[in-house]
Each structure stands twice: as C-alpha cells, then as structure tokens.
Ligand binder design. Sequence first.
Ligand code: G3P
Ligand code: MG
Length: 239
Amino acid sequence: MIYPPIIAHRCGGALAPENTLAGLHLAARLGCRGVEFDVMLAADGVPVLIHDETLERTTSGRGRVADMGSVQLARLDAGSRHHAAFAMEPVPTLADALHRCAALGLWANVEIKPSAGQDVDTGRVVARLAAAANGKLLLSSFSSAALRSAAEEAEQLPRALLVGAIAPDWRERMAETGAMALHSSARALTAETLAEVLAAGFPLACYTVNRRDDAERLFAMGVSAVFTDRPDLWAASEM
Ligand code: G3P
Ligand code: MG
C-alpha cells in the first residue's frame, strides 16, 4: 500500500478542532492527501469521530461517549474548545466523515478507538461501514481484538497495528491481526527495530511528528509516513 507521506492527525491537525468535518476541509485546503481520525461507538451503536472516552476535553457535553446517542452527540459543540470560530461544529458520524473524505479526495486512516469493553463491536461496525463506503482507506487500532473483528467483517480492507513503542512481540501481534503495516510512536523508535520491521516487509508510519526535521530524519531511515498536527509545515506538492 502506498501511504501519503504527510497525514493530518485527527483530521486537520492542530489547525482545526480535532475529529471534525471542519478539520477535513482544512486538511484538503492545505493540500493534504491523507488524514487520520479516531472512531468510537455512540450509545446507539453508531460510529462517531472522537478521541477520548469522555466528552469534556473536546466538546460541550459531559460524561461518556458510550452513554450518549449519536443524535445527541451531533448537537454538541465540538468546535469551541479549539476556537470560537469553530462554534457548533458537530461530533460527526463515521458515515459523514467518509462521505466528506470521498468528496474531498482524501485518503483516510480510520483509527478504531473502542471504549472500554467495546473492542469487538467497534471493529465490526467500523469495518462494515468502511467497506460499504468503498473509499481509499486503511483501518488501524491499538486493539488486537478490534482488528481481528474488523478482519472477520471485511477481510479485504487493509489494516495496520498501532503501538506505542514497538515491543518484542510485534511479529506475533502482526500475524494475529493480519495487519499489513505497523504504526508506532516516533519517540520510541530505534533504527534497529525499524530495520527489522522493514526487513519483514511491513511499512511503518509514525505519530505524532510536529517538526519537519524530525519527519525528514524518519523518512531517511525508511519510515513511509508521519501523522502530524502541523500539516501546514509542508507545501501541497510535498504531501
Ligand atoms: O493513529 C495515530 C495516532 O492517532 C494514535 O494516537 O492517541 O492520537 O489516537 P492517538
Ligand atoms: Mg488517532
């Protein structure tokens, strides 16, 4: 699989409220070809874009995402915490986000981000919807159970295993999830481990890289792509 080298983290990076449609638009306007966002199930089982299991940090709501229906979530303000200019930006559904990515020509890394105990259901529901969307996308997750259930639902969709530092059992986890790529923290990456991953035939993408010189060092080492909050550091022709 060919990665866009610069992937806007949580839709538009730090330049827009995270995991919003406004972020997708901003990424496209900057010339990004790829975006990443986090997906969790609302109380009614509808997958929505949000990072935390609780609403307080990024929205006007309170409590757990898993306790609120998607219609209520859509009425929350997920923009003002970032800046008043984005007031009343909703918590989008995955369906809306995939539709928007297709309209904007964006490749999407859909990160399956299950709330506690929801790994299997979240993987299944996200994969079903992603398969139906028929877009340019990649599923990823820190959760092996979510990746396995995504594979059962839609084996044909490419999957990446997400990790912090690359642990010694990475080969087993890649095999058990059927992942075709590894996404790791940039901070903990060593040249030795990267060489092992590449030698095994797996591309590696790194998060979260907010400086150009760090990204260039990683690309020179053989990293395929970086997730960044600062896609504005690159020209459209470089992304
Ligand atoms: O998918 C890469 C990155 O988004 C993983 O970390 O916590 O920002 O979802 P997080
Ligand atoms: Mg993420």
